[in-house]
Design a protein around this ligand. Sequence first.
Ligand code: SF4
Length: 517
Amino acid sequence: MKILYIHPYAFWANSHLLLNFLRISNYLNSKQQELKIPIEENYIDLRHENLPKFIPKMIDHYRIALKKLLNEIYNEFPFDLVAISCYTSFNYLNSVEVAFLIKRNFPKTIIVIGGVHPTIVPDDFQIGNIPRVFFNEYSKNETPFDFLIREEGEIPFFKLIKGLSEKTINSRINMNQPCIVLKSEMVMNLDEIPLINFNLYKKYSDSINKLYIDFSRGCIFRCNYCGTSGTTQCYKKVRIKSVERCINEIEIIKNSPWISIDQIHITDMFFLPKRSKREMFFKELKKLKRKYPKKSLKIIIYDRIEFCTLQNLQNYKELDIIPHFGLDFSSESMLFKMGKFHGKDRDTIDRSIKKYLKKTRELIIESNRINSKIIFYYMIGTPGEDHSTLEQGKDFFLEKRYDSQSLVEKFNVNLDFSKYMAFIGSQLYNNAEEKFGSRIFYKNWWKLFDENQHIYGLLVRPSKDMSLITCLDISYNYMREIIKYQINRKNNFYSFHLILFWKSILNTILELKEKLN
Ligand code: SF4
């Protein structure tokens, strides 16, 4: 069986090299003995194939070029099955287009879809829910998808290939039948999946500039703007790989001469929560650094503020690890509304929030003292915002509490700003309108075929007491103030370009919002 893996175009975040297909392919290959037929695999990444832009005014050119590309691949590699990774909602429209085009030109091909978006909204791949924009070209009574995998891919994909080869699973008779949703199954012990093998991606070695790798899955928290607060089981169930295997995978990256990146991102929802495991990881990584003194590798991790000790910062610095913390916001009432903490009553939660903000200050002060780089994600415009939360958030950074200076005047503070995006799959997406009087202006923004698609999901009124425009105005002014103080401190995390970038994003949001009025 010849399997073609396709990573489709996304309207946002097109440079990430994700391990999704590698894990699936590595697992499948590790089970080769259980398969009755040999498998061959190929991979194409449509983000790196120099295709015309996937936007309305280029769609005819896009279809011609994509068909040509697929024909060329088919001549060399006549694929039987195509697996498409609709990793985020930004991939959705292109996934549908690619699948329809394949079914039209290679009708016997079986198409499998998986990823975060199909996990959360499997119905989007069924007849009746395919967006209208496709009906000029394809039939509205058909879906090109034969099988859909929800949650993790390794086990269901292996079982599908096995079932198809043994004829215990049959594909649909035609495209008028519903897409078959496969039974979800998680990998419970991450040490049982094979060590990463990157060979499938080798042909894109020149395009690899960011590499994302996972050492754990699932999170114990349930922040209500995050997918963990929805119904997806694999986000909730925490599983962690042994330190030995984490280090082995880093060594594989160091040992692959064609992978020339100098930075990897460990995508774990938060980095090794257990203190003893962290210590062991630091110890083993130090050994690895000594073994490969010439191959330096920056490691980006996502840590939780409460779990990071001040001593960890020293280790991060020595090991070239840059921790990113989801601070998310700096107001006590907003952190409560975001569901960052859970507890038996409001007092317990409030105490946790106070400790959290105190710890944030300590991490900032300590990182400045030892000169190590730490980064905080900071989100504006989240449902629940009102004048008082914005005032509190601003005071945290700008109130003069340190020898008549504010936190951002006295210390380097690296804030990675973002605007709340209405991602489907979280509690907030479902209940913000009822709870806070928010309004998500485009609830199905991923179905809009528009080159500004990535902006529509940002159009969210935070609460009944605050319009989107007021929220953006206030947030922009205080972001600008913070950035100016930091530029004065010569913190090279920021530049004036960032102020202009934010101004242009906010202007586009406002323009689209005006169109709505
Ligand atoms: S935002 Fe981060 S810490 Fe919160 S639930 Fe999601 S993954 Fe966990």
